[in-house]
Design a protein around this ligand. Structure first.
Ligand code: E4P
Length: 221
């Protein structure tokens, strides 16, 4: 399973990239706005730091605007994936950009039908938002199960779905384990979730004990 970081924060991106953990980045207009500063500089810098796919989102809601913005976003780097919303214009833009060799991530997916249609329109990634479904009392992970089942049903056919399931709106480490058990292709994680995945109290206690035992030897390495 690929791990993407869901942020536009350069410090977090550098921190986890230096540990070799990042296969890509996803951003959205809210995450960009949280960082402040000039979004163009931030987007350019992210595409330089990260070798894998970097999703940058359009803000236009109509087809021609999405195409224009998508092409501009793509100029930030060859690893840019254009993120479009799950709307009729978004799917039309997805088909067009894909036909020109520009990969697309269709975002704001909340149902298996939306996932199926986004995949059909040629998306490289489809982004189902699980945390936001949990927030309204639906089981977000069930959406991932349904999409995986649908895609797997056709995986050996000529008309199979090529899109990768990018699990988005992740809130905690259990979401990550469940997504991996289901076999989702990608998870995109807020930095705080990736931080939590790194930690275990027994690791800290174990390290403390190792170091205090070693000190008793009064020796160097
Ligand atoms: C996906 O690409 C989105 O950026 C993101 O996962 C949305 O998550 P949220 O529901 O925490 O805003």
């Amino acid at each position: 399973m690929k791990i993407f970081l869901d942020t536009a924060n350069l410090e977090s991106i550098r921190k986890f990239n230096d540990m070799g953990l990042l296969d890509g980045i996803t951003t959205n207009p809210s995450l960009m706005s949280k960082e402040g500063g000039n979004p163009k500089d931030i987007m350019e810098e992210i595409t330089k730091i990260i070798k894998g796919d970097v999703s940058l989102e359009v803000v236009s809601t109509e087809y021609s605007g999405m195409i224009e913005e998508g092409k501009r976003l793509r100029q930030y780097g060859k690893n840019v994936v254009v993120k479009v919303p799950m709307t009729p214009d978004g799917l039309k833009a997805c088909k067009h950009l894909t036909s020109e060799g520009i990969p697309v991530n269709v975002t704001l997916i909340f149902s298996p039908n939306q996932a199926l249609l986004a995949a059909k329109s040629g998306a490289k990634y489809i982004s189902p938002f699980i945390g936001r479904l949990d927030d309204i009392g639906k089981d977000g992970m069930n959406l991932i199960r349904d999409i995986k089942k649908i895609f797997d049903n056709y995986k050996d056919e000529d008309d199979d779905f090529k899109a990768q399931i990018l699990v988005a709106s992740i809130r905690h480490p259990i979401h990550v384990i469940d997504a991996a058990k289901i076999g989702a292709h990608v998870v995109t994680l807020p930095p705080a979730v990736l931080d939590k995945m790194l930690q275990h109290p027994l690791t800290d206690i174990g390290l403390e004990n190792f170091l205090s035992d070693w000190k008793k030897l009064k020796a160097g390495i």
